[in-house]
Write a protein that binds this ligand. Sequence first.
Ligand code: C2O
Ligand code: CU
Length: 501
Amino acid sequence: MATASQRVRLIIGATLVTGIAAAFLLRPHPPWRAPERAASAGAVHAGGKPPSAQVREFEGSYPEVAEPTGVVRDVALEAAPVTLPLLDGQPLDVWAYNGQVPGPTIRVRLGERLRVTFTNRLARPTTVHWHGVRLPNAMDGVPGVTQPEVPPGGTFVYEFAPKDAGTFWFHPHLRSSEQVERGLYGVLVVEDAAPLPYSRDVVWVLDDWRIREGAIDPQFNTPHDLMHDGRWGNVITVNGSIDERLTVRPGERIRLRLLNAANGRVFAPDFSGLDARVIAVDGLYTARPLDPAGFELAPGNRIDLDITVPPSAAGRQISVVDRFTRRPNALASIDVSQGAAVQSPAFPSPAGAHVPPWRDTEAIAPRLEYRLAARRGGEFGIEWTLNGAAARHAHDTEASAADGHGHEVSVLPRREWSKLRFVNESGRLHPIHLHGMFFKVLSRNGRPADEPFFRDTVLVHARETVDVGLVPLDEGRWMLHCHILEHAEAGMMSLLDVKSM
Ligand code: C2O
Ligand code: CU
């Protein structure tokens, strides 16, 4: 086992090359991802079903409302600067929710209402966005679109009843490339109405930090970060530590919830020393348990794993590494105690969700198509654009008038099936995230990709074209943006107006 400081040095060495190399690496494809193929020009052929068939296949995928229990969970949340022993345990100046990084894990049960009274003790305005949660539009935390900024000293009450059980998260939606990087993020766990009897339910928040002289490097949105895949740090942490250890007993069955809270880094966590199965992606249960090998956890993505520690692992330390980049990065360790195994809780995998097949959709024209590209200009010297437009509001802390702030607005009909196409004309990565709805990947580079799960964030690789299908259920003005936070701040944001038509 490398010592903590050895590991830091290792990571620093590795990250010099990774930011640049990441987009060019050839990596094995997970079994559910089709091999890449150049998009054929005008790939529209006959045979696609009419969208009403897609809506029928979607029925029952997830509910419009959860059965209310009448319980209201009250949580006080405060953002403030604080000094914490993080990374290798040395004091670090951060911005934190409730004095901790990651922020508190908020747990609420399906059917309950959550009421979060938020207070801003930062010297900057902020908001809280509930990533992945289907909620009323006014609670979505997007400044200038769904609410005004929360000024220093100000408060805002977020109240909603989550409709889906699963792993979600919250973070600022204002100057997020700085605010998230400084430590503002936390996990929202929505438990099933009747939680399964796992031995443990554990959260691992993955992040990376760019540390210079013992402090968070205060240069944000640098030309280098903007030209590449955002800000990639030189220290990787799980739950704020470079040496996170989960101590378990042989026989235990664990639900491990992973979140990538990094600004730009993609992780491919390797659990090959364990019999781990993916049971949920971006909150929602998958259609069946999946092998996590090769899963790309892009910024914003979550996966939930179902892991039974085999009795044969007693006394072992299983190190979990990230293999997205050429040089693997140590993430955390699962330390299995010595001794007799405990009885493993026996219950069928919860991964049995209804996920619509949505096959033969190639012939259906996309309702919206987004071209992802960069150009010179704007506040940072480089702008990231969607169809040639760069949104300019996320870094505009002075103006908070509730207009569109130069966002492009597209309309999506509520309760109808739509296909969206993302055409990456750049050589960089773009994890595209939609607020307020889930979607399913239909194809990559024209090749059907039968992902047996929904997502709220999909990683679009360099020069790749990704088609997704969705049926939005909630009215309102929802963001669509790149979750590489530097790309979003430099313009890669747009709005979707979901309306009954
Ligand atoms: Cu986690 Cu608009 O994003
Ligand atoms: Cu991007």
